[in-house]
Design a protein around this ligand. Structure first.
Ligand code: BGC
Length: 738
């Protein structure tokens, strides 16, 4: 158990500040406003910002978000700190959605997950937090660790994918990375100056039919086996805050769900930090139909354990009166405010409320070390899906390359779904990346070919195609930059069609008629279901939305300056009808084969590309799995190892994955469950022994009463390059002698 971060000293200070606050000011600390939303109030004639400033000056606001820049942050901070004229006001906590970068935009989280490199994601999160902190942001609403199994859901882009273990590893690294701080010299290492906010707690990624904000129907088993592990890991890693999700869990929306926010989070896990609602979620309790009015929404949220009301203003409007009327004890308000004040103390906001304009200022160029990190993250995020006849890497002697497609010259789309603070000017497009990489060897030509025309419309112009065919016809190799715009994934960006939007399929089909080698580069925020593309493209490169260094990362892979090492962390479906499709599925009781088995009349049940899959320019061979103790007593662990060899002719990285199946347990178990992975780099001809220890964490199940337990019996273990491949061994946990 981690040491409490609310030390006696922090508690004492927080209590002293708390005792000086009026009831209104306490409710104010629990109130967070959106500075970016600025309507005029028709009754008062005041803008929302005027109102916020007035309230800050009276100590009635705890937090704001969506500010832009240090100057504005300092101005508001001064209103808060100097509200009583003597500089003793409580500083504001300034929040922001820093999801995959700030000024330096890194690959979307789903891409970063494909690198299977949590430490690298931790580094990008730290860089983003440093940039944000320089603008006064001390609270980043990240990481997003919703397990996501549905590519129709636009927010899959923000997620780590479908696996709880991988999402947990990223949650830990991201929390640690984003909570950057300074070493205050007290021997306790660095103390965070930025708080992370893992979200959305919990189950938001399971919106029915992949439609954002839709109802979630979630058993306690799936909640505890699949959805909660990343959040628990984030809490163990020291996340200082957490965001409750919009959705209901077992009929109760998260910000009013005491089981989630208090029973599990605080009582079971010992979380001490601050719980924030999602945007306007207190108000939405009325829309959900679980609260008749604002007063009831206020009471439900407070009692459930929501400390900060994001954007609705319900706490400040109702809490003081409800306390005075005796409808809720003041002690409950005090507990919440104490946590908020403790957080502000922990982050050093009382000592350092102001920031100085910095090297990361809006108009300055990006720091070189962040650009280098962005390039590394971009190239490691790329997944090579198909490479017929080894068309990739492109030969350096190729003398003419045509870069075609609606995303080839885009500077905005590679920024991805959360890039408020990124600038298209900082982006290297695919075309630019290829041009620079091939500057001394090849002529690089370009044509757009068609539009990515949103969800409707043909996105098609005969004349545009004609130009593309002419340009492509003169080249030795065609690179097609295809995919989705940045607006097609992210929040409120669900799709029912997982094909290439607009005129892109027609473009591919027409260009293929030229009979030239085709490399398709997919810039998307989600998996697409496009099995037909393999019939036209010799190579398919899943490049996601990779941020500012997009074009360089892609060119590094296309020309073999970087050997692709990305592996999918979401299953790519063959068609939309298969969705949700994910590797971590149960067996069902049906025997394979015959009519009454679990299958489709009109489609395979296999995915297009499985979880964990990705190709390399070299090849890897897995030896036999060795286990010194294939029979172990209950309570012991298994020690396994496998020799992995690079059998190709160039250096490469392999993601060695280990999966387990409990063959017979008291509760049905997934066919395969990822229990570990290692990313290893091997020179040509080199071998390495990769070892794993499988202990209680890997072997345990949740029994019928939700107790964590290891049951004696047989286990099958696979070690291999994806969830669909690998050698296996049988292990046995022996029952204790009677
Ligand atoms: C999103 C959150 C986000 C918040 C503030 C909400 O709509 O669900 O992820 O942090 O807005 O922008």
């Amino acid at each position: 158990m981690k040491k409490s971060w609310i030390t006696p000293e922090i508690r004492r200070k927080a209590q002293r500040i708390l005792s000086g606050l009026s009831l209104e000011q306490k409710a104010g600390q629990m109130t967070q406003y959106d500075w970016g939303f600025n309507p005029i109030n028709p009754d008062t004639g005041l803008s929302q910002r005027d109102m916020i400033c007035e309230q800050i000056a009276q100590g009635l606001v705890g937090s704001v978000f969506n500010l832009a820049g240090a100057e504005e942050a300092n101005r508001l901070q001064q209103l808060a700190v100097d509200n009583d004229g003597d500089g003793h006001g409580v500083p504001l906590l300034i929040g922001r959605d820093v999801i995959h970068g700030y000024r330096t935009v890194f690959p979307i989280p789903l891409a970063q997950a494909s690198a299977w490199n949590p430490a690298l994601a931790g580094a990008t999160a730290a860089a983003a937090s440093r940039e944000a902190l320089a603008d006064g942001v001390a609270w980043v609403f990240a990481p997003m660790i919703d397990v996501s199994r549905d590519p129709r859901w636009g927010r899959i882009a923000e997620s780590i994918g479908e696996d709880p273990l991988l999402a947990s590893a990223y949650a830990e690294a991201w929390v640690n990375g984003s909570q950057v701080g300074s070493d205050n010299g007290d021997g306790n290492g660095s103390s965070p100056e930025v708080a992370s906010c893992p979200k959305h707690y919990a189950g938001y990624g399971l919106a029915e039919a992949g439609r954002d904000y839709n109802t979630v129907d979630l058993s306690d088993r799936v909640l505890r086996e699949v959805i909660l592990p990343p959040f628990r890991k984030a809490v163990e890693a020291g996340a200082l805050t957490i965001m409750a999700s919009f959705n209901e869990v077992n009929g109760i929306p998260a910000c009013a769900n005491r089981y989630l926010l208090t029973t599990i989070l605080r009582e079971e896990w010992g979380f001490e930090g601050v719980v924030a609602s999602d945007y306007n979620a207190l108000q939405e309790l009325i829309t959900h139909g679980v609260a008749a009015d604002e007063e009831e929404a206020c009471l439900l949220s407070l009692r459930a354990g929501t400390d900060v009301d994001m954007a609705s203003g319900i706490y400040i409007r109702h809490l003081p009166r409800l306390v005075r009327e005796g409808k809720v004890p003041e002690s409950l308000v005090d507990e919440a405010v104490l946590r908020i004040l403790a957080l502000k103390l922990k982050l050093g906001l009382f000592e350092r409320p102001y920031v100085s304009p910095s090297e990361y200022a809006t108009d300055s160029s990006l720091p070189a070390e962040h650009i280098a990190l962005a390039r590394q993250a971009a190239r490691e995020s790329i997944v090579l899906l198909h490479n017929e006849g080894d068309v990739l890497p492109l030969s350096k002697t190729t003398s003419s390359i045509a870069v075609i497609g609606p995303l080839a010259d885009s500077f905005k789309d590679p920024l991805g779904c959360w890039a408020f603070d990124g600038r298209p000017d900082d982006v290297v497009s695919v075309l630019e990346g290829v041009r620079q990489a091939a500057a001394s060897t090849a002529v690089v030509s370009y044509a757009k070919g068609c539009e990515v025309d949103g969800v409707s419309g043909s996105g098609w112009e005969e004349s545009e195609l004609a130009v593309a065919l002419e340009v492509a016809g003169k080249a030795d190799v065609i690179v097609l930059a295809l995919g989705e715009t940045f607006e097609m994934s992210g929040e409120a960006r669900s799709r029912t069609n997982l094909d290439l939007p607009g005129g892109q399929r027609r473009l591919v089909e027409a260009v293929a008629q030229l009979g030239k080698p085709i490399v398709a580069v997919l810039l998307t925020g989600r998996p697409l279901a496009i099995p037909w593309l393999q019939d036209y493209a010799d190579a398919i490169v899943q490049a996601w939305h990779l941020g500012v260094q997009s074009g360089h990362g892609i060119a590094d892979v296309l020309f073999g300056d970087y050997n692709p090492s990305g592996r999918l962390t979401v299953t790519f479906p063959l068609n939309v009808g298969q969705v949700p499709i994910y590797y971590y599925r149960k067996k069902t009781g049906r025997p394979p084969g015959g009519v009454y088995t679990s299958y489709y009349l009109d489609s395979s049940t296999d995915p297009l590309y499985p979880f964990g899959f990705g190709l390399s320019y070299t090849s890897f061979h897995y030896g036999e799995i060795r286990c010194v103790n294939p029979q172990a007593a209950l309570g012991e662990s298994f020690d396994l190892s496998v020799e992995v060899s690079n059998t190709g002719s160039r250096e490469g990285e392999e993601v060695v994955q280990i999966y387990i199946r409990d063959e017979a347990a008291s509760v049905t178990q997934p066919l395969k469950k990822l229990v570990g992975f290692r990313k290893v780099k091997l020179g040509a001809g080199e071998s390495i022994v990769v070892a794993f220890t499988l202990g209680a964490d890997a072997l345990a199940i949740l029994d019928a009463d939700m107790n964590v337990t290891v049951e004696p019996g047989d286990f099958t273990v696979w070690i291999g390059p994806s969830s669909a491949e690998g050698e296996s061994v049988r292990l046995t946990v022996e029952a204790p002698a009677q």
